[in-house]
Ligand binder design. Structure first.
Ligand code: KG4
Ligand code: ZN
Length: 363
């Protein structure tokens, strides 16, 4: 008699979809199974990072990124199908990130997902990359409770009041650089590798946050917006003071500079997030995006939230930086609600979270 696998049998009956993420420098494919009665199951999540490729340039080169997505996507799709033990025809829908992001990179993933949808006669679902991040702390739970969301990535710093899937109110955003962008730019100034966040966090472990005092921008402002470009300029001026000739940090000062910079970012994020949670009366706070990998941010936000009687959910480390499981999770919500996207829908490099995803049709 064949051995029975109840979990696999249940996943076998659930709707399943494949999602592609290619908005920036990660090419990723995931297959997710789920229905409204249970949390979704990640059947496969494959990723090919281009970080090493762009490191030589100190940041993402769009032309290289899109070429690399094209090169790796087919193999990633095959690996994901293999890992999930499914064929293309077992899937019920195909999804891709259609914005925000780099135009030529978005086109690679969305064109591939549309082609798969067309070839199999299944629907296509356009996903907002930020919605993917937004849902990532709750993937294992299946439902999205009302909460205050902080999205901190390389391109965005947003505070939102979320009353459920598809119902968001923008409270605040950065007026200039995103928090992750500040990490990346300051790392470059300090001669640390791209991406800057992990490099600064590692180096900060050897330094003292109080060794330098950098500004905490917009803390006096009672609104919920952020600004990080003044902080970046303050680091630049400090480097010029320390070394007027080259503006470069001495090896022995790197730890202190990184620790002080990181603490300034964390102070602003923690203070403004808790203030917004109090102003909107949210008990639950959720944090997502690449910067939410940062252990200092996690520890200090956790501490401040529990002191204020609130709870914080973070995305799992594997779901913080760009991945396709979070895109599949956002797509699954739309699929279960019968919200599919026309194959004529365009990508939108500047798509905002509060805008409707283009050309939705209900089926
Ligand atoms: O969410 P993400 O992978 O891509 C975007 O959608 O932008 O975020 C990437 C950003 C980069 O700016 C990177 O420096 C930052 O997340 N990041 C970190 C850490 N890990 C990644 N920032 C601070 N600390 C980290 N450990
Ligand atoms: Zn992202």
């Amino acid at each position: 008699m064949l051995a029975r696998h109840p979990a696999r049998e249940k996943a076998g009956r659930m709707p399943k979809l494949l999602a592609i993420e290619s908005s920036c420098d990660e090419t990723a494919v995931a297959i997710l199974a789920g229905d409204p009665s249970a949390p979704p199951r990640i059947l496969a999540s494959e990723i090919s990072s281009q970080v090493a490729l762009h490191q030589a340039y100190g940041g993402v080169v769009p032309e290289l990124a899109s070429r690399n997505h094209s090169m790796h996507l087919r193999a990633l799709i095959e690996r994901a199908l293999d890992q999930a033990g499914r064929s293309l025809h077992d899937l019920d829908a195909f999804a891709a990130t259609t914005g925000p992001g780099l135009a030529s990179s978005l086109l690679v993933g969305s064109t591939a997902a549309k082609a798969l949808a067309l070839a199999t006669g299944k629907p296509f679902i356009a996903v907002n990359h930020l919605e993917g991040h937004l849902f990532s702390p709750f993937i294992d739970q299946g439902t999205i409770p009302p909460h205050l969301a902080l999205i901190v990535s390389g391109g965005h710093t947003l505070l939102l009041a979320v009353s459920g899937a598809n119902h968001y109110q923008l409270l605040g955003r950065t007026l200039d650089d995103a928090a992750g962008e500040a990490f990346d730019k300051v790392a470059k100034m300090l001669g640390l590798p791209y991406p800057g966040g992990p490099a600064i966090e590692r180096t900060a472990l050897t330094g003292r946050p109080e060794a330098f005092h950098f500004p905490r921008s917009m803390l006096q402002d009672r609104g919920h917006d952020f600004s990080f470009s003044g902080l970046k300029t303050a680091v630049l001026y400090t480097l010029k003071d320390l070394d007027p000739e080259h503006g470069a940090a001495h090896e022995s000062q790197l730890g202190d500079l990184c620790a002080a910079f990181q603490q300034a970012v964390v102070d602003v994020l923690v203070t403004k997030t808790l203030r917004a949670a109090a102003a909107t009366d949210h008990q639950v706070i959720a944090v997502s995006g690449g910067v939410s990998m940062n252990q200092a941010l996690r520890a200090q936000l956790d501490h401040a939230a529990s002191a204020a009687g609130r709870t914080v959910h973070f995305a799992k480390p594997s779901l913080c930086t760009d991945n396709a499981a979070m895109i599949a999770s956002a797509a699954l919500q739309r699929h279960l609600a019968g919200q599919h996207t026309s194959l004529d829908a365009e990508i939108d490099p500047n798509l905002a979270l509060t805008e409707p995803t283009s050309s939705l049709r209900h089926s």
